[in-house]
Design a protein around this ligand. Structure first.
Ligand code: GLN
Length: 317
C-alpha cells in the first residue's frame, strides 16, 4: 500500500503551531537543569516553537530569537561529521546504534557493555564520536565540529564563553566517563581532549528557528533548506534519524516513539528538535525538564504540532 502523503498550506502550519502554543506555552512542571550552573539561572518562563519546512518556509512564535545552549543536541551534529569522516559501519561498530535504557551520563551503561557506548547520543558515545573526527589537533577538531553545527543550523551559532566556562569547570563526571572509555579502548584521541571539545560543542548558542533549520536539513536529506547547501550526504541521514529514534529522548525514547513516532533530540538547555522526513523540522525551547532530561513544554509543543498535521512515521493510513 502506498503511504498517503498529506500536503499542508502555510496556514495549516501556522494554525497548528498557534494551537499548540495556546495549549502548552504556559504549562507548569519540570525544573531547569541545575548540575550546570549556567542552566540553573536561565529564566524558566522563556518559551518558543518553530517550524522550518524542506522548502525553507519558516513559522515561529514566542521567544524564538532567544539563544540557548545547544547541549546534547550537539551530539547530532558531531554524529553527522563522524558518519561523513569514518562511515556508518565504523560508527556502528565503535559506538553503536542501540538505546542504553539508562540516563544520558550513565557509567553503569558503559560497565554493562565492556566500554562500548551503544549510542552516539549519550555522553559517552558523543565523546567517542568527537574522538573519531579526522583532526590534526584539538583546535582543528573543535573548528570542524563548530562548522558542522553552523552549516546544519545557521552561521550565527557560536560558542558562549560563559556557558563553556560553567561547563568546563564542573564536568567532572564527563571526565570520568572519558577515562573509562579510554581504558576500554573506545576513545580514539586523548581522553581530556575528547571531553574538552565535547564540552565546548554543548556550549554553543542557538535560537529556536536555527534549531528547526537543523531538523529541516535532516528532513531534506542533508540539504539545508535556507542556505541550499548539501551539508552531509543524503546516504548518511537515515543513520542519524535511526539513532535519534533509539536514544534521542534518552530514557523516554521508547515512550516518544510510541506516542509521537518521529525521530527527535533534546538537550538539557531546554531545546528539542523533531524531524518529519521529507517535510520539516519542528523545534521548541523551554528550560524546565522532566526526570529524563527532556523539556516539559517542548515535548508537548512538538508533539501537538506533529499530531495536528498527521505526522507519525508509524502511521500507515
Ligand atoms: N553538556 C551536558 C552534559 O554533558 C549535555 C547533556 C544533555 O543535554 N543531556 O551533561
Amino acid at each position: 500500500m502506498e503511504r498517503e502523503r498529506t500536503f499542508h498550506t502555510p496556514t495549516d502550519y501556522q494554525q497548528a503551531m498557534l494551537h499548540a502554543w495556546a495549549q502548552y506555552a504556559t504549562l507548569k512542571g519540570g525544573e531547569n537543569a541545575s548540575y550546570i550552573p549556567y542552566l540553573a539561572q536561565v529564566p524558566a518562563h522563556l518559551c518558543a516553537v518553530a517550524i522550518v519546512t524542506v522548502d525553507g518556509e519558516v513559522f515561529s512564535t514566542g521567544d524564538a530569537d532567544y539563544r540557548f545552549a545547544l547541549e546534547s543536541i550537539s551530539k547530532v551534529c558531531t554524529l553527522a561529521l563522524a558518519l561523513e569522516d569514518v562511515g556508518a559501519n565504523d560508527v556502528q561498530e565503535k559506538i553503536g546504534a542501540d538505546p542504553t535504557g539508562l540516563p544520558f551520563n550513565s557509567v553503569i551503561a558503559l560497565e554493562l557493555h565492556q566500554g562500548k557506548p551503544l549510542s552516539p547520543l549519550v555522553n559517552a558515545g558523543a565523546m567517542s564520536a568527537v574522538s573519531l573526527i579526522n583532526a590534526r589537533d584539538s583546535e582543528h577538531r573543535w573548528a570542524r565540529i563548530l562548522n558542522m553545527q553552523q552549516r546544519l543550523a545557521g552561521a550565527a551559532v557560536t560558542l558562549s564563553d560563559e556557558v563553556n566556562r560553567s561547563e568546563q569547570t564542573t564536568n567532572f563526571h564527563n571526565r570520568a566517563i572519558a577515562w573509562l572509555l579510554y581504558s576500554a579502548g573506545t576513545l580514539y584521541c586523548d581522553a581530556m581532549e575528547a571531553c574538552e571539545v565535547y564540552t565546548r560543542q554543548c556550549s554553543t548558542l542557538v535560537n529556536t528557528v536555527e534549531l528547526a533549520t537543523l531538523g529541516a536539513t535532516l528532513a531534506a536529506a542533508g540539504v539545508n533548506p535556507r542556505t541550499k547547501e548539501q551539508v552531509l550526504s543524503a546516504a548518511n541521514t537515515p543513520f542519524i534519524l535511526a539513532e535519534m529514534t533509539m536514544e534521542g529522548m534518552y530514557g523516554s525514547s521508547g515512550d516518544w516513539a510510541y506516542t509521537v513516532g518521529l525521530p527527535a533530540k533534546s538537550g538539557v538547555g531546554g531545546g528539542i528538535v523533531a524531524v518529519v522526513p521529507g517535510v520539516m523540522g519542528i523545534a521548541a525551547f523551554s528550560p524546565p525538564l522532566d526526570a529524563a532530561g527532556n523539556s516539559v513544554r517542548g515535548q508537548k509543543l512538538v508533539a501537538s504540532i506533529a499530531h495536528q498535521l498527521g505526522h507519525n512515521l508509524y502511521r500507515c493510513g
